[in-house]
Design a protein around this ligand. Structure first.
Ligand code: FAD
Length: 433
């Protein structure tokens, strides 16, 4: 028999239950990736495209080592998968289940269209499949702590074996676009190297270090987890030395199970608070460009533009600043993040934005982070700010967090704040009643 293994955001050969099932008992396998412009094209910053292309190139190399190739098609995912399945007279098509509206629509269309058996694997992207754990009386957990307790006690699936050989039927292969550049190197090989070295060197100190902005000691595995270059389950198993680190992977699963149960939460408030967000284009563009005049906010936003990644503590600070201090809609923030973040995915991005905006699962929805206090706590020497805001690189120590107190010459053209922090906070609290 011949099967088709459709890769989506599970670009790996280790611990990939979708691939393992496609290979099991099949004579020939077509490992397929469809470049559908709706998910791989427009609207993405160049860094995201480069990261994807590198990940595909790396996957192709691994598949060649096993005797196969990555078959690439361009166009509408459903149509292309259908054509390939028909061409090779596939007995089965395998794909990973996913929670975004795009993925669920694709899955439904494939189920209706395919002329063969269609197998959806819900255990590929997360440690525990979305929907596998439910509290009594509801279809999903809306509070993290009880979810986490159940998640940690759950019996996780066994790791899927890496295929030992893949035999391709006769088929046109198509081009894997390659792209090399700076920054995060995409792909499973880089992901596994990063995972192994970070777990060895830094996992043990994660609980005490993970909020320190300048030290930058978190795993930076998120872009790899997003495209599935490494399996979340494998990372969670191997991360056992740090419960705090493994807990972050539970957050990832938590957001996935919320979105799976409430798909509308990608675009509308999970818990509406009656917000009438301000339509302030100037404030939004200053925030996007990292020109708000609040150094800790601008450092985070500039890190995003420069690296396609931002430290979690900075994401919390810039998110609270946009949605609460500036009172701008979380969807505008999420859209900007999604365009630039290498790890940008619907579940984590939207549900974290809703959490920060207080329209999601935060049990203290009206708290407003004070960026100055956050800066003094998590960047006490100002190093993080100096790294990303060159205008202020000559200002020593924590004075860098309050440039309005500096002489004009020392500010070197750095802008004055676009908002009074106390007024912004008061406006938000009044709006929330
Ligand atoms: P580590 O601290 O090393 O954590 C390990 C892994 O756990 C991460 O790679 C990630 O997969 C997961 N994780 C950690 N924190 C969270 C969290 N709060 N929610 C979900 N998963 C988490 N993460 C994304 O992967 N994609 C996004 O689009 C995204 N958008 C965000 C938007 C906002 C406003 C905020 C506040 C957070 C967002 N996060 C997102 C969560 C978090 O900031 C990143 O996952 C983390 O900074 C990635 O760095 P790391 O790999 O070094 O994390």
């Amino acid at each position: 028999t011949t099967t088709v293994a459709v890769f989506t955001r599970d670009l790996r050969v280790h611990d990939n239950p979708m691939l393992a099932a496609a290979v099991l008992g099949a004579d020939e396998v077509v490992p397929l990736f469809v470049r559908d412009a709706r998910i791989t094209g427009s609207g993405f910053a160049a860094g995201r495209k480069k990261f994807l292309n590198e990940s595909l190139t790396d996957l192709d190399t691994s598949l060649r080592d096993l005797g196969g190739r990555l078959v690439v098609r361009e166009g509408d995912a459903v149509k292309e998968i259908y054509e390939v399945a028909r061409e090779v007279r596939a007995a089965r098509v395998h794909i990973a289940g996913d929670v975004s509206a795009f993925a669920t629509a694709r899955e439904k269309a494939l189920r209706d269209a395919l002329p063969c058996e269609f197998v959806v694997h819900d255990d590929v992207h997360t440690v525990v499949p979305p929907g596998a754990l439910t509290p009594t009386g509801s279809d999903h957990f809306s509070v993290f702590s009880p979810y986490h307790r159940r998640w940690a006690d759950a019996r996780w699936r066994a790791e899927a074996p890496k295929p030992s050989r893949i035999t391709l039927p006769k088929i046109r292969v198509g081009a894997v676009l390659s792209a090399k550049g700076n920054g995060f190197p995409g792909g499973e090989t880089a992901a596994r190297t990063r995972m192994t070295s970070w777990l060895r060197s830094s996992a043990e100190s994660y609980a005490s270090d993970h909020d320190a902005l300048a030290a930058d000691r978190t795993s930076r595995l998120s872009p790899y987890l997003h495209l599935g270059c490494v399996s979340a389950l494998e990372v969670a198993r191997r991360g056992e030395k740090s419960a705090e680190f493994v807990r972050q992977l539970a957050w990832r699963d938590f957001h996935h199970q919320v979105l799976a149960a409430r798909p509308a939460a990608a675009t509308s408030d999970y818990r509406p608070r009656g917000d009438r967000w301000l339509d302030d284009e100037d404030a939004l563009s200053a925030w996007q460009a990292g020109e708000t005049g609040i150094p800790i906010v601008d450092a985070g936003m500039r890190q995003l533009l420069a690296e396609g990644w931002m430290h979690n503590r900075a994401r919390l600070i810039v998110g609270s600043f946009l949605t609460k201090t500036l009172y701008v809609d979380w969807r505008s923030g999420a859209a900007h993040f999604f365009r630039h973040l290498l790890d940008g995915d619907i579940a984590n991005n939207c549900m974290n934005w809703q959490w920060v905006a207080g329209t999601g699962t935060d049990t203290r929805p009206n708290r407003v982070l004070n960026p100055l206090r956050q800066a003094e706590r998590f960047d006490p020497e100002g190093e993080y700010v100096r790294r990303y805001v060159p205008e202020l690189s000559a200002v020593d120590g924590k004075r860098v967090h309050r440039p309005w107190d500096l002489r004009a010459g020392e500010r070197a053209g750095y802008p004055m704040p676009i908002v009074d922090l106390a007024e912004g906070r008061a406006r938000f609290l009044a709006a929330r009643g």
